[in-house]
Design a protein around this ligand. Structure first.
Ligand code: M6R
Length: 580
């Protein structure tokens, strides 16, 4: 869940790495560091704090040299502090490494190294790797073979970049953690994702599982980690522009990305899903698996399929999938993942694949891990999403889900529905002021509104730290109603569909207990019963989810800002969750 970038070329590495690691800060933001091979040897500067704070305090860009690595950390082993920040070095200081992932056997490996006299200066699992390479080199191997031999001893997951003093090279490798090689002219890059390199190149090779690369200014060579054989790779060209990953005048990436939805949903609706449709119609059973926000898109698939097509399918949280699902060769597993790197989703797919199931992946990231295990891929085409909170990729996932389920329908109304919902920004800001001081917020809905209520609650809790739960309206009386007392906010998703009168009943139940109802509706009856009402445009009931999700995203955003939180970087979370 950390961000990694490496550079080798003719320019000042520290400047390139600083810009790159700022782009990757969404992946981890508790500490930052940089190592540059300078004329005086490898210099490492690092500390706890944000990229800008640490870069300024440590004067990253005053380091001279044209090869280096940088890292932004999301702690897994050891608290965030200077010692635990990456890069880590070996005993001699001639090898520096940055790592993303979890080395599961680090204790065992560390004990063996300690017996040989190696001294460690951090509590991390990562540091041992620098010492392992040092140890292999002592036995007479060159850096490449020492790197390879050390990698083959690791259990767990890694994306690693290594710098060795005096060599104008970066050694990079991956297993279960993303690492992409960027190909430039007279310079090359390695980074956790493409956005960090877009300013310099649009030609990329995502490293495959158990592969490594040696980057020099004049070229990159790829190898299999298993046998050290050289691999031929075909670069892919990506059309994203650096501006697409910039804030473009908005206060936060999240707000920009909420606004981006009205444009990017066009792209998602234009995605060709014919091959995926063929897979869907051939399969006997469909399982949809995903985590977090993507799981809510999976639930929408399930609800829409059973409501409108009479076809039942299972939506399963990816981390639960291996424990409760029984896929076989006639099962199609649809995996939804914005990043395409989520470890829980990857594990679910590994399990499904072993059982002979076919895999259809819905992802936003070209060449991501999920695309390599899938039989068919549909790209969301939402452009890079930087904020930890998923927004535009969710509406893109929904757009693709609708296209997959209803190939003949015309969904050209969706961008306008989103644009209309964005007009509610000012009134939503006022509602955010009403709930910013509350301890609990409940979301209720029925039918297609349930996954959207769940998404609204997830968004609010993740970036405002207010406890938020979602329930089907009918479930209130089975327990949660005891929590509704004077002034407790209940956000009722009550559009005019076949559940509207039941929702009216639920709203009355809440009001009778003193609850404060904020409803999303397009009927005067619901409006009359609510304390506050957000009016939705009158659209085909099937499309209400698009109209409702945008106000809920804006609400979460403004509550977060009103509470003085940076919505782009909620505590304890990371954009791409590459650990199980
Ligand atoms: O990249 P993925 O879609 O697989 O990520 C899954 C979840 O980690 C993600 O949707 C998470 O719940 C969001 N940050 C919530 O806003």
């Amino acid at each position: 869940m950390c961000g990694i970038i490496g550079y080798v070329g003719g320019r000042k590495a520290s400047e390139i790495l600083y810009k790159g690691i700022r782009t990757l800060e969404y992946r981890g933001y508790d500490s930052v560091g940089m190592a540059i091979d300078t004329q005086k040897g490898i210099e490492v500067r690092k500390d706890k704090g944000s990229v800008d704070e640490v870069a300024a305090a440590m004067q990253f860009t005053s380091m001279d040299g044209s090869v280096g690595v940088s890292h932004s950390r999301w702690a897994t082993h050891g608290v965030p502090c200077k010692e635990n920040a990456h890069p880590h070095t070996d005993c001699t200081g001639k090898i520096a490494i940055v790592h993303n992932g979890v080395i599961e056997n680090y204790q065992e490996l560390g004990e063996a190294l300690a017996k040989k006299g190696h001294k460690f200066s951090s509590e991390t699992d990562s540091e041992i790797f620098a010492h392992m390479v040092e140890d292999e080199k002592k036995q007479g191997k060159d850096t490449f073979h020492a790197f390879l031999a050390s990698l083959n001893k690791l259990k767990g997951s890694f994306a690693i970049a290594l710098l060795a003093e005096g060599e104008r090279r970066i050694y990079a490798a991956r297993k279960n953690s993303p690492l992409v090689i960027g190909l430039g002219k007279g310079e090359n890059f390695a980074a956790s994702d493409m956005t960090a390199m877009l300013e310099h190149t649009k030609d990329f090779v995502p490293l495959g599982e158990m592969e490594c690369a040696v980057l020099e200014p004049g070229g990159v060579k790829f190898y299999s980690l298993l046998d050290g054989k050289e691999l031929k790779k075909t670069p892919m060209h990506v059309d994203w522009s650096p501006e697409m990953a910039e804030k473009g005048g908005y206060a936060h990436f999240m707000l920009k990305e909420i606004y981006d939805q009205k444009h990017f949903v066009y792209e998602s609706l234009a995605t060709d899903v014919s091959a995926a449709n063929a897979l869907i119609s051939k399969s006997r059973d469909i399982h949809i698996t995903a985590c977090g926000t993507s799981y809510h898109a999976a639930l929408m698939f399930k609800y829409l399929s059973s409501k409108y097509l009479g076809k039942t399918c299972d939506a399963v949280i990816a981390s639960e999938y291996p424990f409760i699902a029984s896929p076989d060769k006639d099962t199609l597993v649809i995996a939804i993942s914005q990043s395409g790197e989520t470890a829980d989703t990857m594990k679910a797919l590994e399990f499904a694949k072993e059982k002979g199931a076919k895999i259809l992946a819905l992802t936003n990231v070209v060449g991501s891990s999920i695309t390599r295990v899938a039989d068919e891929v549909v790209y969301l085409n939402s452009g890079p999403e930087v904020s930890v909170a998923a927004t535009k990729t969710f509406t893109s996932q929904l757009a693709v889900v609708y296209k997959l389920l209803f190939p003949g329908n015309d969904f050209s109304e969706i961008p306008k529905i989103i644009a209309d919902s964005l007009q509610k920004e000012v009134e939503i800001k006022k509602i955010a002021e009403m709930i910013k001081g509350k301890q609990d917020v409940f979301f209720i809905g029925r039918g297609l509104s349930v996954p959207i209520a769940m998404e609204g609650a997830l968004k609010l809790k993740e970036i405002s730290y207010i406890h938020a739960e979602a329930y089907p309206g009918g479930e209130l009386k089975h327990g949660p109603l005891s929590l509704i007392t004077e002034g407790v906010p209940v956000i009722a998703l009550a559009p005019s569909d076949d559940s509207v009168y039941k929702m009216l009943g639920n709203i009355r139940e809440v009001r009778a207990r003193g609850g404060f109802v904020i409803s999303l509706n397009n009927s005067s009856e619901i409006e009359k019963e609510s304390n506050v009402s957000i009016k939705l445009s009158s659209v085909d009931p099937m499309l209400h989810p698009f109209a409702m999700v945008v106000p809920l995203q804006l609400l979460a955003y403004y509550v977060s800002v009103a509470r003085g939180i940076n919505p782009d970087r909620p505590r304890n979370l990371a954009k791409s969750v590459t650990v199980e």
